[in-house]
Each structure stands twice: as structure tokens, then as C-alpha cells.
Design a protein around this ligand. Structure first.
Ligand code: PMP
Length: 440
């Protein structure tokens, strides 16, 4: 009998023994092709010797030093790398342990920023429906995944409100161009800011490419440029949650690079440490940092494991490897290949409503009726059955429900390691098609 409080209180998951590139090997010797990097985490694959060496070296040299006393070379070098990767759009990095903590930190940073600037009334946070920002109470309040929030409604923050996401597959009107839809979707933010009163609004938080709940939905062209303009005109900070889509997943270090604008604050995690360590980072623009430096002098925040040296050293090795091995280009070419194979195998399937994404971040949405885009009955738990069918075929996929709003909608997120091979791309498309055939 297991003494671990597993995700399911009724069944224990199989024992994972070791990793090998894009494969996780079970204790029973079964090999699972990791087509989702767990949850878009394992971007370098499993068992990377360079990362393991960097991690061990830092652990032996200095495993831990509290950030109220010291900084470390590992944290400094990782911050330099991330700031440089942002092209100077972001100036400082605050290291946390995961995505939820990063989102909490970003929202608090925006809140205190306005206080430092003499605007204590700016307390409202605007986010988007069908978003996911994490499971701690603040991050869960920012997110709008209906089924994740349902249990904890009474505990969620009343200062959050939600506008419609930019989701062309479901929300673009017939006859409307993608650009016109993008403008309309962005204007929902301005309407909400006016409704709340701009003097009350702190920040707008959005996933640059919608991940877990929206299923790899890239923004319509011009959407975020317009959002940036709206935020600037109303003095609202723009926070990009790139926990899932950042750190190379869409083919550029930050997903926002492809939108031609930059946020005031960006949150990254998952691929930052590639699963070798739990690590997230909140990056802010110079003007945000300056407000703290010229104001009270300190961010009223901080956890015990902020800037953990071993985590920073491992992430530094991961990010250095991504750059030295040319893996961003690999994400673009293998992403295009994966997309082409999914289009071939599933593009005409009567129950595949949409295939979308960027880079090695692709989603397949299943529908009962393709023309009407009607989701399957949520009671069927189709995504769960699909995950089980895929796993039985040695394929790990991130299958989620609720993407169509409420409890409805079933989609699969594919986010394999950046080192995925052509043969593995082929196996992903084939095994996923077989699993879909088996459940629908
Ligand atoms: N934001 C986004 C966009 C995410 O996808 C996730 C995790 N799926 C989180 C935040 C929360 O991250 P974590 O699970 O590391 O707390």
C-alpha cells in the first residue's frame, strides 16, 4: 500500500524508474514516449548529463544560501541570461519555485508597484476566461478554469475579473477577419477597465499562447499589440504568464517576441529548469524595478527557497544547452513537422474540431460535431479515457477537459522535448490517432 497522497485517492500510478531522452522507462521496463514533457516541462528530455553535472557541482559547492544574506553566481548568471534573452525588454529576475508562486509574485509585484508610485487605489486584476495561472489561491483566483475553481469558490479573491480570451476557433464571428476579431477581443479589455475605473486597475494578466485550458491557442495577429496600447493608455501593467509557453516552447525564448511587444512583467517556469529542478522566474521591466528602488526600497515578499542556488545552476545549464545546441531552431522545424503529421493524420477526422499551436506546443481539440463545434458530453470524461488509451500505447499526452467553457471540451496538448526526433514525431502522430480512434 502506497503512503503517498497521489492525485487519485483510488489508484496508484505506475512506478517510473528512469528517463532516456524523450522516453520515461517504468519499473516494469515499459517505455513511454513523453509527448508532453509531463506538462510542457521536460524540454531537454530526460537524463541530460550536462545538466546533472551542473546540478551536482553546485550542490557540492554550496547547496543553499538564504537570499536575505547572499546572492550566488548561479542566480546572477541565470538572471543575466534571461534579461539578455528578452532583448533588454526585461531588466530584473526574481526567482521562485514554480509557476503558481511566480503568478502570485507577479500580481503582488504589480500591486506594490502602484503603491510605490502613489496609486494605492489600483487593486483590481483583470484576467481572461478559460485561462490557467496555477493552483495556489491567488493564482487560482486569476485563472478561470471553471472546474478547477468550483471546489474553492469561497476562498478566491474578489478583486479579480475576467474578460473573454482571444480564441478564434470558438469566438471569431462568421465573416469576421482574424485581424478584426483580434481588435474586438482586445477591446474587451478596454471595456472592462472602463467598467472598473482605470484608477482602480492594477494589471492585466494573460497567457501569451493559451496553454492548459485554452489548448495552445496563439493570439490573433495584432491582438497583443492592441492590448499593450490599451494598458499603456490606462496605466495598467501587462503581465504575461509564459509558465507553459515560454522558454523556447513556441520557437523563441519568450513567446511574446513573436507579438512584437513586451510586457511589464513576465512569468516563466516549467521549461526554465526543464524538470531537473523546480524553478520559476518573474522578470520585470526596468521601470517596475525603479519604482521599488526609488520608493520603499524593498519588495514586501520573499519565500525561503527564492533564488535556490542548485535550481539556478541547473536552469543555467538547461538554458545554456538550449542555446549552444541550437534547440530553438529545432523547436521551429520539429514543431512544423509535428503539425504537418497531425494535419495528415487527423485533419479530416470527423471528431477533430481544431489543430492549433506554435512550435512544439500543439493541441488537438475533439468535438462531437465538427460543423457545430459541439463538445462531447463532459460526463463521458473523454480526455481521461484518451489519456489512458494513449498511455496503454506507450504515449504520454496532456489531455484536458473544460477548454470549451464550463466543464465541456476535450483537448490534447502535445509538448515533446525539444530534442524529439523525426521517428518520435511519427510515433506521436500514429499513436495519438490510434488512441483517438479507440475512444471515439
Ligand atoms: N501558469 C500557467 C500558464 C500554467 O500552465 C501553469 C501550470 N500548468 C501554471 C501557471 C502553474 O504552474 P505550477 O504548476 O508550476 O505551479
Amino acid at each position: 500500500m502506497s503512503r503517498v497522497f497521489h492525485r487519485s485517492a483510488r489508484a496508484d500510478p505506475p512506478l517510473a524508474d528512469h528517463g532516456d531522452g524523450s522516453v520515461i522507462v517504468g519499473a516494469d521496463g515499459r517505455r513511454y514516449l513523453d509527448a508532453c514533457g509531463g506538462a510542457a516541462v521536460s524540454c531537454l528530455g530526460h537524463g541530460d548529463a550536462e545538466v546533472v553535472a551542473a546540478l551536482a557541482e553546485q550542490a557540492a559547492r554550496l547547496a543553499y544560501a538564504h537570499t536575505s544574506f547572499f546572492t550566488t553566481e548561479a542566480a546572477e548568471a541565470l538572471a543575466d541570461l534571461l534579461v539578455e534573452a528578452s532583448g533588454g525588454a526585461l531588466a530584473r529576475a526574481y526567482f521562485v519555485c514554480d509557476g503558481s508562486e511566480g503568478v502570485e509574485t507577479a500580481v503582488k509585484m504589480a500591486h506594490q508597484y502602484h503603491r510605490e508610485c502613489g496609486r494605492p487605489g489600483r487593486t483590481r486584476v483583470i484576467a481572461r476566461r478559460q485561462s490557467y495561472h496555477g493552483n495556489t489561491l491567488g493564482a487560482l483566483s486569476a485563472g478561470a478554469s471553471a472546474w478547477r475553481r468550483a471546489m474553492y469558490g469561497e476562498l478566491l479573491l474578489p478583486t479579480m475579473s475576467h474578460i473573454e480570451p482571444c480564441h478564434p476557433y470558438r469566438l471569431q464571428a462568421p465573416g469576421e477577419t482574424l485581424e478584426a476579431y483580434g481588435r474586438r477581443a482586445a477591446d474587451a479589455l478596454e471595456a472592462e477597465i472602463r467598467r472598473l475605473g482605470a484608477e482602480n486597475v492594477s494589471c492585466f494578466i494573460a497567457e501569451t499562447v493559451g496553454g492548459a485550458t485554452l489548448g495552445c491557442t496563439p493570439p490573433a495577429p495584432g491582438y497583443f499589440a492592441r492590448i499593450r496600447d490599451i494598458c499603456d493608455r490606462h496605466g495598467v501593467l501587462l503581465i504575461f504568464d509564459e509558465v507553459m509557453c515560454g522558454m523556447g516552447r513556441t520557437g523563441t525564448a519568450f513567446a511574446f517576441e513573436q507579438e512584437g511587444i513586451a510586457p511589464d512583467i513576465a512569468v516563466v517556469a516549467k521549461g526554465l529548469g526543464a524538470g531537473y529542478v523546480p524553478l520559476g522566474a518573474v522578470l520585470c521591466a526596468q521601470h517596475v524595478f525603479d519604482a521599488f528602488r526609488d520608493g520603499s526600497g524593498a519588495f514586501l515578499h520573499g519565500h525561503t527557497f527564492v533564488g535556490h542556488p542548485v535550481a539556478c545552476a541547473a536552469a543555467l545549464a538547461v538554458q545554456t544547452a538550449v542555446r549552444r545546441r541550437g534547440l530553438l531552431a529545432h523547436v521551429r522545424t520539429k514543431g512544423a513537422r509535428l503539425r504537418a503529421r497531425l494535419d495528415d493524420a487527423l485533419g479530416a477526422h470527423p471528431h477533430v474540431g481544431d489543430i492549433r499551436g506554435r512550435g512544439l506546443f500543439q493541441a488537438v481539440e475533439l468535438v462531437r460535431d465538427r460543423a457545430e463545434k459541439t463538445p462531447f458530453d463532459p460526463g463521458l470524461r473523454l480526455h481521461e479515457r484518451l489519456k489512458a488509451e494513449a498511455m496503454a500505447r506507450g504515449l504520454l499526452i496532456y489531455a484536458v477537459g473544460g477548454g470549451a467553457g464550463g466543464a465541456g471540451g476535450d483537448h490534447v496538448v502535445l509538448a515533446p522535448p525539444y530534442v524529439v526526433t523525426d521517428d518520435e514525431v511519427e510515433a506521436i502522430a500514429t499513436r495519438l490517432s490510434d488512441a483517438i480512434a479507440a475512444v471515439v
